[in-house]
Design a protein around this ligand. Sequence first.
Ligand SMILES: Cc1cc2nc3c(=O)[nH]c(=O)nc-3n(C[C@H](O)[C@H](O)[C@H](O)COP(=O)(O)OP(=O)(O)OC[C@H]3O[C@@H](n4cnc5c(N)ncnc54)[C@H](O)[C@@H]3O)c2cc1C
Length: 293
Amino acid sequence: MSFGAPYLTLPSFKYVKPKTLREVLEFLAEHGEDAKIMAGGVAVIDFLKERLTEADYIVDIKGIEELGGIKYEENKGLTMGSTITLYSLRESRIIREKYSALHEALKTLDPILIHRATIGGNICEAFPWMDTVPPLLVFDAELNIISLKGKRKVKLKDFIKGTAEIDLNPDEILESIFVPEPPVNSKSKYVKVLAKSEFGVVNIACLVSNPVDPSKRIVKLAYGAASPTPTLVPQVEEIFRREAPLNKLIEEATSVVLETVSPMTDIHASEEYRRYLIDVLTRKILFELLTAD
Ligand SMILES: Cc1cc2nc3c(=O)[nH]c(=O)nc-3n(C[C@H](O)[C@H](O)[C@H](O)COP(=O)(O)OP(=O)(O)OC[C@H]3O[C@@H](n4cnc5c(N)ncnc54)[C@H](O)[C@@H]3O)c2cc1C
């Protein structure tokens, strides 16, 4: 896949606009192999123009009631319909107060784009630098997938298989995203380093709960833009459960992160530069959250 091809006109396709979720699923059951879902269309339309994707049918799911909305249940968590816009999420008080890393990630996005782009599109596009993914990984997000055959749940950490590769069959769509109530006394943060575009070259989400008590301490770290697939580093949880000086634990966690994330070289940055950023920023974000009041 190469970017920067000459700007082209749209190829021909049939535009389908179902009115209900049932109609979407019926259409996909019959034509899923030849169809492409369009939510905001920010990526799909661009990719069609650049001939990076093709489809006989474009199925527009924006405006389907069952796929919209945001619902928070105290002590349970937050459910976001897949077609809710990134703007609505950025403006959500619950997200700002309880899921700060996600709020911070949404604030880094282009202010025009977010009125059209959806959370489902951001996840399903599955490029390494998608900003909502690392925060959703540290909040342990679970995806609700639906087809005519029924529903299934899949953890976000298992959903993205590689660059633009997701665990979704042609007759299925992402219905909603569930993020559980964050652990008590938790704080979270998002850091994004830009190169020469709006996309990050290293994006980090971190969540810390009960920083002073190792037996109850929870530390989660996830990385985007650094390697072909966003990465959650579960080993750090175990490291921070031990009784040891914080600087030793941070040191150990940082080397485990560098090994697990395995930074890449691409047109935006070299492996060495990414390695350096991850090294410095992981220590910084951990120190800040572990020593916060
Ligand atoms: C100029 C520009 C700047 C950008 N900057 C950033 C940035 O800084 N950070 C960032 O994260 N992103 C960035 N993006 C990417 C943008 O955020 C995503 O393209 C957008 O979130 C996609 O959402 P959408 O609703 O428009 O998806 P669409 O374009 O409609 O769809 C994207 C993909 O997801 C699939 N899809 C969508 N919804 C569903 C669903 N419910 N079920 C199954 N499949 C589905 C589509 O088939 C398609 O493959 C940028 C894009 C542009 C054009």
